[in-house]
Design a protein around this ligand. Structure first.
Ligand code: DOR
Ligand code: ZN
Length: 475
């Protein structure tokens, strides 16, 4: 009997680590892992000798901007950029227009994704309207999301309607989300502190990108730490699964470590801009608002990197946040007028592979941070997140020896620029495969809009059935 596809000759990064193996795929599922050259006959065999075969990368935090802000990005361009970066599943954020606060809006958005997504997807819905939470949870969302920010001086990316910083409202929200069984992702921010801090900057006449960067990170990260302190206490009071976004200070790392030591359901992500962009003031000087997301002082970056290595933090997720050049330019004069955020979906895997090549982490650890842990935290595992029998045949095939100086002309995102332009990387995605089908092949996006499928958190029963089936195959 022939299978659909065999990836032959590669180094396959399994949960146990890298092994030389061929991978067989049928019906979009991984059906076999064999010694090299001993794979079954296949309708199509692709030679990946010399390359690493990783599980498809799971990005749990991306801004695809549709509906509402499609001049920046849309579902097709956003999921195509992800495909070009080795990503096989991308979860969208709710700061679109209309913001995703009701079941009706969510339903319409799912219909758009079914028609347009190039890779697998889900949506993180805003938890602002409590009466809508049970129905949205029942529709299979991955997580709820809330921003503790409401912008001053601009109305994007933190528009009114999905920003909540009142502690009472947050408590109520945590209680209601807890009933749904889903996690709540929070962008931590203390608005009252930011109000005071930014007034001080403005009173001194400091408004440019430097002032903006320093205001956010001032007093050793007090805006972030205070918010995370509150969130963790509310988590303890409600036992909700709290997923902290944008981990970027030493103080937050220490608080998360203490909460996890008590066995509490607290997880977190780190974003590419913390690891490779905003952690170096020279990038802020060179790129102005194009480097901001946020500025992360060196000792904070070091604590966060250590947290990823030692397991205190779970994953890298992009926070892919495309904005046009026209939306970034005002930042040279007024940092508060530029839209905050940086694109990274196409680049982050190569940045991390470069670190693997430089010996900063192992390939196994990289796969945990990119695929396995995000899939486990959001209950997509074992369907996704690992190369194992019975899992979806999602792969990122990486040429660890390929070198490139990143540049704007290759950018698939609609925004057309990357803050990583000029960076030398070593380790590039060559093919991206979603459920057995190539969506990115030999460096070109070949996926079709509408191929992507929604992937929802698995029930315990579903996990049990998958595990039984896999045990039968391998027995
Ligand atoms: O930098 C950011 N950009 N932070 C956010 O919270 C939102 C995001 C965006 O949507 O652009
Ligand atoms: Zn974000």
């Amino acid at each position: 009997m022939s299978v659909d596809l065999v990836l032959k000759g590669g180094t396959v990064v399994t949960e146990g680590g890298p092994v030389q193996a061929d991978v067989a795929v049928s019906g979009g599922i991984i059906t076999g892992l064999t010694a090299p050259g001993e794979g079954p006959h296949a309708h199509r065999t692709v030679d990946v000798t010399g390359m690493y075969v990783l599980p498809g990368v799971i990005d749990t935090h991306s801004h695809h901007r549709e509906p509402g802000y499609t001049h920046k990005e849309d579902i097709i361009s956003g999921t195509s950029a992800s495909a070009a970066g080795g990503v096989t599943f991308s979860a969208a954020m709710p700061n679109v227009y209309p913001p995703v606060t009701t079941a009706k809006i969510l339903k319409d958005m799912y219909a758009m994704y079914a028609e347009k997504a190039v890779i697998d997807y889900n949506i993180n819905a805003a938890s602002a309207k409590l009466e809508e939470l049970p129905e949205m949870a029942a529709m299979g969302i991955m997580s709820f999301k809330i921003f503790m920010v409401v912008d001053t001086g601009r109305d994007y990316p933190h528009m009114p309607g999905i920003g909540v910083h009142d502690h009472g409202k947050l408590l109520k929200m945590f209680q209601e989300v807890k009933k749904t069984g889903l996690p709540i992702m929070v962008h931590p921010h203390d608005q009252a502190l930011m109000d005071v801090i930014e007034q001080e900057y403005w009173a001194r006449g400091e408004r440019d990108y430097r002032a903006y960067a320093k205001a956010y990170s001032s007093l050793d990260g007090v805006i972030w730490d205070t918010a995370v302190g509150v969130l963790l206490r509310l988590q303890q009071a409600t036992d909700v699964h709290l997923h902290i976004l944008h981990l970027q200070t030493k103080g937050c790392v220490e608080m998360i470590k203490a909460a996890r030591a008590q066995g509490r359901p607290v997880t977190s992500e780190v974003n590419p801009w913390t690891l490779w962009l905003g952690n170096d003031w020279a990038n802020v000087e060179r790129l102005g608002s194009y480097a901001l997301s946020y500025y992360v002082e060196r000792h904070h970056y070091e604590a966060v990197w250590q947290a990823l290595l030692d397991g205190t933090s779970d994953m890298i997720a992009t926070d892919h946040a495309p904005h046009t050049r026209a939306e970034k330019e005002p930042g040279w004069e007024n940092g508060w007028k530029a839209h905050t955020g940086t694109p990274s979906a196409q680049e982050y895997v190569s940045m991390l592979m470069t670190d693997v090549n430089d010996g900063k982490l192992t390939i196994k650890k990289a796969v945990e941070l990119l695929s396995e842990n995000p899939a486990k935290v959001f209950k997509l595992y074992p369907k996704k997140g690992a190369i194992r029998i019975g899992a979806d045949a999602d792969f990122a095939v990486i040429d660890m020896n390929a070198e490139l100086t990143l540049h704007n002309e290759r950018i698939v995102s609609k925004c057309g620029w990357t803050p990583y332009a000029g960076r030398k990387v070593k380790g590039l995605p060559v093919h991206t495969i979603v459920r057995g089908k190539f969506v990115f092949e030999d460096g070109k996006v070949v996926g079709e809009p509408g191929y992507g499928e929604k992937a929802s958190p698995l029930t315990d029963e579903h996990v049990r059935r998958m595990q039984t089936a896999a045990a039968m195959v391998t027995a």
